[in-house]
Design a protein. Structure first.
Length: 321
């Protein structure tokens, strides 16, 4: 006698493997989605257009860059409160505030990439087009500008920073450059740099990942003077949540990174006040107190600040007594 056993269907408990989406045409099978070519890239592709300019707020607060257009080979130390910084130049000199534009461009791209949740923002190495960088930072695109770009990369790599300033809640306990390395990965037929890779220092990258950045007015790149650029950075940093920032000329001199005398700094500052070219902010020199008052050019913000100041005066705040 033959025994028959009923075969029961085994329930399917696993999700089927994902199947690529295809649309069927008469001539051929066409993929709807292109492959993700950069999901496993070992660099961040800085290819986003129309991004807001961003700068890390630590280098906006403290004088890490030379504001001189002449090669600066002077080692310097800076202390303010509990923070200290030592800056050592390389044979090419200290990194300048114009060299910093490369970092601003890279930071701006990374922050936008983080906002878009791009996977390649996990990389400290950033690949970008030299031409895109020059356009974004209001530079000419002639041959001399490409030479300046290489010189700037050398100074950013060669300048050594030693500091106890934490970024992203982490302290780097050794000397570091603004970038760890740089490389030209593609050149045009005439020898000009087309594509460049830079690797940000951990110190700077940690600040970006923690979004310790501030948005800057793109007109900043039109400022030709190093001191004008530095004063804008300080105004942006300190007037971010307030429309007024009073500061003694001596403290401003220290924060600016100027190597001139206080008397020379006062003279140059008065000229900048007369020009009134800083984006977003206006400066007033208070002669009796030897102070500078930074104020917003935004009428609404200034009116709100005036009301708040009146309250502080009525409450007896020492700042306005």
């Amino acid at each position: 006698m033959t025994t028959t056993h009923a075969i029961q269907a085994i329930p399917h408990t696993m999700d089927p493997a994902p199947v690529p989406k295809y649309s069927t045409g008469k001539k051929r099978l066409r993929a709807v989605l292109a492959p993700d070519r950069y999901s496993q890239a070992d660099f961040f592709m800085a290819d986003i257009t129309d991004v807001a300019s961003k700068d890390d707020r630590h280098s906006m607060e403290h004088p890490l860059f030379s504001i001189s257009k002449k090669p600066d080979f002077v080692e310097r130390s800076y202390e303010h409160g509990a923070h200290f910084i030592k800056i050592k130049p390389s044979g090419k000199g200290l990194a300048t505030i114009w060299d910093k534009d490369i970092l601003i461009f890279a930071i701006s791209q990374l922050v936008e990439g983080l906002n878009r949740e791009r996977a390649d923002t996990e990389n400290r190495t950033i690949r970008f087009s030299a031409y895109s960088y020059m356009v974004a930072t209001n530079r000419a695109t002639d041959g001399r500008e490409y030479e300046r770009l290489q010189e700037a990369l050398e100074r950013l790599r060669g300048t050594t920073i030693i500091t106890n300033i934490e970024t992203g809640g982490k302290r780097i306990r050794r000397g570091f450059g603004f970038i760890d390395e740089w490389e030209v990965v593609q050149r045009a037929r005439d020898g000009r740099m087309e594509a460049i890779e830079i690797t940000l220092s951990k110190w700077l990258y940690n600040a970006v990942q923690a979004l310790e950045v501030l948005t800057m007015n793109r007109a900043y790149f039109r400022l030709t003077g190093g001191l004008e650029r530095r004063l804008y950075e300080l105004a942006r940093k300190h007037c971010g949540n307030q429309a007024r920032w009073p500061v003694s000329l001596a403290v401003l001199h220290k924060k600016s990174g100027s190597t001139g005398t206080l008397r020379e700094f006062r003279r140059m500052t008065k000229e900048i006040i007369a020009d009134d070219a800083l984006p977003d902010y206006r400066m007033v020199y208070q002669r009796d107190a030897d102070k500078i008052l930074f104020t917003s050019k935004d009428a609404k913000a200034l009116a709100h600040a005036s009301t708040a100041q009146l309250v502080l005066v009525m409450e007896g705040s020492p700042e306005y007594s």
